[in-house]
Design a protein around this ligand. Structure first.
Ligand code: 16G
Ligand code: ZN
Length: 536
């Protein structure tokens, strides 16, 4: 207890106004970096408890604020298999962080240990990393102090993308077992991806250059490092890395990156968009991906998370059929309310695959995707991945092929199982998957975009006094409170063709979001404004 008290005094928590509390949001604690030092220290305590509770398995901590401005930062906890922290534990994190004094902190810590039957003498291990934000350094120092004060073993993996940290957590816990996820090092991550990429491409050619906008974040240097591991004689992959300046922190996510492209629905102004160039953008911690190109005739065309999801579902569904596994493996797609209605239609009607809708946030989608043998999940904003069950992975490796075509499909599926990050959405891994699929289909981005036409849509952010008044049901597609608000939305939607709209409280900022889609751009805009004005 003394050790914790003393260390905690060095990393005080910044008190909030009366009645306000820090909360573990959709993606951990996220706010202005100067508020986070004490929080990071306390997250160290929580991670040690979690590790001790889980028999000393390694827990991960990632310091990042993703697509937020450079002045923000965040702390989130990763479970042993590389998944997001189990939801029950979010409130324990919140309890520790909101303790009002060092003494109270120790009290809460001890009470959690007692209530959860945790042996504080058992061994504990935590591995952590951070993105390129300058504030990250101070935050990992506080974190390490939290770990030392609880006698927790730790490994500092320094600067990483978020998905790399998730990889390392799973690799650490599976090392030396039959389910080993890969070598426990950043190099191991590159080698695994590069090897799988070569196997999945199988000599196919990639047409033209891919320009990757890295949001001036950690994805830039990491992508450049990864590219060195691709054997030039096996795959031609011509990548132009842009917006990869991590030496001027103020440039992070500034007028570039996946969030900019998705919300502004246009290409970053720098470098000047080149007509026809195949392009994609990562976000600040490289877990989101958006593709796009500037069409000489049609203007800017964006291929977002819904498009990546339907592309992956169509390709993998086809392979499963060719491999003769259609009756053995259940494939499904998981989306949120933000998914464009046209994508949902395409997947259910054309691909004939089931779609499940969940609330926003990767933890929800990931969980539901695990219910399938092959679960494809993406948020429209570009965050997502494809999960393969142990059964699925096993059948790719053990099924006896009846023909060369079957063998080909099985080999490609097995390669995809290694290429696609199984722990969390990973922009680098997802981009490689997209490139593999386009090469197999011999498609340009235009071919990809032709599969269906997106419904015009509009997202508006609304400042509200208290966002918590807005309660949702039906995977955030309907409001249950305030009273009467959903009726207003229903009335508004009725006025337009192919229309859909919903409102929800943000999980990351104090605001509401209104989404609307309809048959034409003007109708979508009108609907969004009507819902904003009448229901929110
Ligand atoms: C977080 C989520 C992201 C979600 C977004 C919604 C993770 C890792 N990140 O950034 O998936 O789309 O929140 O934000 O889960 P909102 O609640 O403010 O709309
Ligand atoms: Zn991110």
């Amino acid at each position: 207890d003394r050790a914790i008290l003393e260390a905690s005094a060095k990393h005080p928590i910044v008190p909030l106004e009366k009645g306000k509390f820090y909360t573990y949001g959709t993606a951990g604690f996220r706010m202005k970096a100067d508020l986070l030092e004490g929080i990071s220290f306390r997250v160290g305590l929580l991670a040690s408890l979690r590790s001790r509770k889980l028999n000393g398995q390694a827990i991960g901590v990632m310091i990042t604020a993703s697509h937020n401005p450079a002045a923000d930062n965040g702390v989130k906890i990763v479970d042993p298999l590389g998944e997001m922290l189990e939801q029950d534990w979010e409130r324990y994190a919140t309890a520790l962080v909101n303790a009002t004094s060092d003494e109270q902190l120790v009290e809460v810590y001890n009470r959690l240990a007692t209530d959860l039957k945790i042996d504080l003498k058992a061994s504990a291990k935590v591995v952590y990393g951070r993105d390129t934000r300058p504030s990250g350094h101070k935050l990992v120092t506080a974190l390490a102090d939290g770990l030392e004060s609880t006698k927790t073993e730790y490994v500092d993996f320094k600067i990483l993308t978020t998905p790399q940290l998730h990889y390392l957590v799973r690799a650490t816990n599976s090392e030396g077992t039959p389910l080993s996820y890969g070598k426990v090092s950043e190099l191991g991550y590159y080698e695994k991806l590069a090897g799988a990429f070569v196997r999945a491409m199988k000599g196919r050619r990639i047409n033209g250059t891919l320009q990757v906008d890295c949001a001036n974040g950690v994805g830039g240097p990491k992508l450049s490092e990864f590219l060195k591991h691709i054997p030039k004689d096996k795959v031609n992959f011509d990548v132009k890395v842009v917006n990869d300046d991590v030496l001027r922190p103020e440039l992070l996510n500034l007028d570039c990156g996946a969030d900019f492209v998705k919300t502004k629905q246009r290409a970053p102004p720098n470098p000047k968009p080149q007509p026809g160039l195949r392009s994609c953008s990562l976000d600040g911690d490289a877990d989101r991906l958006i593709y796009y190109w500037q069409d000489p005739e049609g203007g800017f065309v964006m291929l977002d998370g819904d498009r990546i999801s339907s592309l992956a579902a169509s390709f993998i569904g086809g392979l499963v059929e060719s491999a003769g596994l259609k009756d053995d493996l259940r494939i499904g797609v998981v989306q949120t309310a933000y998914a464009n209605g046209a994508s949902t239609n395409y997947i259910t009607q054309h691909l004939k695959l089931p779609v499940i809708c969940t609330p926003t946030g990767v933890k929800h989608l990931h969980h539901v995707a695990q219910g399938f043998d092959i679960g494809v999940y993406f948020e429209a904003n570009g965050h997502g991945t494809v999960l393969f069950s142990p059964d699925a992975l096993n059948s790719f490796k053990t099924k006896e092929p009846q023909s060369p075509a079957q063998k080909d499909a099985l080999d490609t599926l097995a390669a995809l199982g290694d290429l696609i990050n199984q722990t969390v959405g990973d922009a680098i891994s997802d981009a490689l998957m997209v490139e593999v699929i386009l090469a197999h289909k011999n498609w340009t981005l235009r071919d990809w975009a032709m599969t269906y036409a997106d419904l015009p849509n509009r997202l508006v952010r609304v400042e509200v006094g208290n966002k918590d008044l807005f309660q949702t049901t039906d995977a955030e597609r309907r409001l249950s409170a305030p009273e009467g608000a959903q009726d207003e939305i229903d009335q508004a939607v009725k006025k337009y063709k192919d229309a859909r709209s919903f409102a929800r409280a943000s999980g990351t900022e104090n605001a509401c979001r209104v989404y609307a889609e309809a048959a034409s751009r003007s109708e979508a805009n009108e609907l969004a404004e009507r819902v904003r004005d009448r229901a929110v």
